[in-house]
Design a protein around this ligand. Structure first.
Ligand SMILES: [Zn+2]
Length: 86
């Protein structure tokens, strides 16, 4: 049965793991936004209708989202590797 991602509501969540102790919990990951959750977490984490609106992600904006925190450019220019003179 496909799982709906609580954060972006994609129907592409994949099963990742099952608890070794009698399958007490399952872990799923969303293939769109990479949100990951365990089935024993509260409904505010596992159910789209209870997931906090402020943390929702729109699927159309995932691919244009920036990298946070931004990756700063190097402070010094790195010279290419050269074999030592023999
Ligand atoms: Zn998602």
């Amino acid at each position: 049965m496909p799982r709906v991602c609580p954060r972006c509501e994609a129907i592409e969540a994949q099963h990742v793991a099952t608890a070794p102790n009698a399958g007490v919990w399952q872990i799923y990951i969303c293939q769109q936004c990479f949100f990951t959750w365990r089935t024993t977490e509260p409904a505010s984490v596992t159910e789209p209708e209870h997931y906090p609106t402020v943390f929702r992600v729109r699927q159309a904006e995932i691919h244009t989202a920036g990298v946070l925190p931004p990756i700063t450019p190097p402070r010094v220019e790195i010279e290419p590797f050269r074999e030592p003179d023999r």
